[in-house]
Ligand binder design. Sequence first.
Ligand SMILES: [Fe+2]
Ligand SMILES: [Fe+2]
Length: 176
Amino acid sequence: MRGGSVDSLSDAVGHWLEAGALPPELVTGHKLIDFEHRFLIGAIANLRKVCGDYLSFKDCAECAKSMQERCEGSLIGLLGDVFAFILDHFKNEEAIMRDSLMQVVDRDVCEAHMEDHAEIAAKVQEIVSALDTSHIVSRIRDLDALLSRWVNNHISLHDMLLARWVARSDALIDHG
Ligand SMILES: [Fe+2]
Ligand SMILES: [Fe+2]
């Protein structure tokens, strides 16, 4: 599963668990953004620990009711943390877009970036509202798929462009 390039969330989480760092492909070079992405991948690793086998269990029927309730409680707690963190992270990136003037100069790119943030947040919200005790494992898989898309597409496209913009304008200020 762990090859040269990171093409799935499992790879990213695996790399995180082993090295305690982001895989190089996901490093944007912007300190705050990378710090927050590291936190996020750590949170996903914790989320996965909620279920004994989140990849194989079809639903939660195999587990005792008390276990289902315990999993539901843990997932609700973690989901709450992840959701709050995601909103905060998106707000920070959007502030960087404004402060660096990227939003003025490259409006379309920033709008597409913010639209993707809104879409990801809405989908996490959907998963939160679809929680029920007997299908906890399915929600974990849903979240995994969603965050996987985020790691693969969003960071490598939108966040990279933003970080590159900031690096370029910092260089101009330094040398201009
Ligand atoms: Fe972003
Ligand atoms: Fe991000």
